[in-house]
Design a protein. Structure first.
Length: 355
């Protein structure tokens, strides 16, 4: 890769370089990267808006003294809730199921498409969404195998705990059932914590950076998915703390920025509501202080936040790609390889690994 072709001169990257390159990568090919992650996040976020509005309506109904007084007994209160909010509960449960299935199926496609665009941008090529999406499809099932293998121990433990709880319940011993349930919850929580912290050893395979830049030696999807995990484990060896700290610092920066944007949007919507309400300023402030949330205003706030905050998922993908490239520069001299390789190879393969 020549310096005239691309301004991203690869080398071991410090934090300031990671911040700088992350923003420049997104700017270099913003639209298709944004669309790639919006494909994953936007439908889920938009579906969450009516769910949240219904939960707000339900919460305000529970705080209504007239509703509680007319349903004094527990049975009447429950029946009133079922009659008035049964459809809402079904909608929320169905929506949660749809979100889970959609995320499971579509998230790898979005991640792979976005990070492939970032990898090609880092190498000086401005690919379009369609070509990156086709590439993502070719690595989709191997990525699903890697993700499933990574989460398999936690899922298996949860199933074992469920079977133990059912077995304890079948004995009729309430004390044993409670003991097994509490112990099982603790074990699942511990497994989730371990899985979360082990992410920093496997992140190149789980975010799609490896898939975007390298090909496994085994053409089968199972073998290639396992190879991605092994390759990520070896690549991150002796760099765990550095990766964890880099991601932690970046998460603090992006969270502060996203909170600022969210607060600005919320304030803007509240001012717009005040100017169109016709109420006095004191009455408006009192209504806000008492938590009298208009579901319509809440929906508008969430819609604006959903669209604006979609900028952060592709930023995170660019950042993770740069962490992966930084590891390879430090451990495999990828920066030297990229400077010395022929231009024809650059155009055909993009970022490749010295094996």
């Amino acid at each position: 890769m020549s310096s005239t072709q691309n301004s991203f001169i690869l080398r071991p990257l410090e934090l300031k370089h990671l911040f700088d390159f992350t923003i420049r990568l997104l700017r270099f090919n913003f639209v298709p990267m944004f669309l790639a992650m919006a494909m994953v996040q936007l439908p889920v976020s938009l579906l969450a808006i009516p769910m949240t509005v219904k939960l707000v309506e339900f919460s305000e109904k529970l705080q209504d003294p007239s509703f509680i007084s007319t349903s004094a007994s527990g049975t009447d209160f429950f029946n009133s809730l079922v009659l008035e909010y049964g459809d809402s509960f079904l909608f929320i449960m169905g929506s949660l199921l749809v979100v889970a299935v959609y995320q499971l199926l579509v998230s790898p496609l979005g991640m792979l498409t976005c990070i492939r665009l970032a990898a090609r941008a880092l190498d000086g090529h401005r690919d379009d969404f369609a070509s990156a999406f086709r590439f993502a499809q070719s690595r989709y099932w191997a990525t699903q195998v890697a993700l499933a293998t990574y989460f398999l121990p936690t899922v298996a433990l949860a199933l074992v705990v469920l079977l133990l709880v059912l077995g304890a319940q079948a004995t009729g011993n309430n004390g044993l059932t409670i003991s097994v349930s509490v112990s099982g919850i603790f074990l699942i929580w511990a497994a989730v914590m371990v899985t979360m912290f082990m992410y920093f050893r496997f992140f190149p395979a789980l975010c799609g950076a490896l898939q975007a830049c390298e090909s496994g030696p085994d053409p089968g999807m199972v073998g290639q998915g396992i190879w991605y995990l092994k390759r990520a484990w070896g690549l991150t060896q002796h760099n765990y703390v550095r990766i964890l700290l880099m991601m932690f610092i970046m998460s603090i920066a992006w969270n502060m920025f996203s909170r600022g944007l969210s607060s600005t949007i919320e304030l803007s919507v509240l001012l717009w509501d005040y100017m169109n309400s016709g109420a006095g300023f004191d009455d408006f402030i009192m209504a806000q202080a008492e938590g009298q949330t208009d579901p319509r205003i809440l929906g508008l706030q969430m819609t604006l936040m959903t669209v604006v905050l979609l900028i952060f998922p592709p930023l995170w993908q660019c950042f993770k790609l740069l962490l992966y490239v930084d590891l390879r520069c430090r451990k495999e001299a990828l920066d030297i390889y990229m400077l010395l390789r022929p231009e024809s190879e650059s155009a055909q393969t993009g970022i490749a690994a010295p094996e």
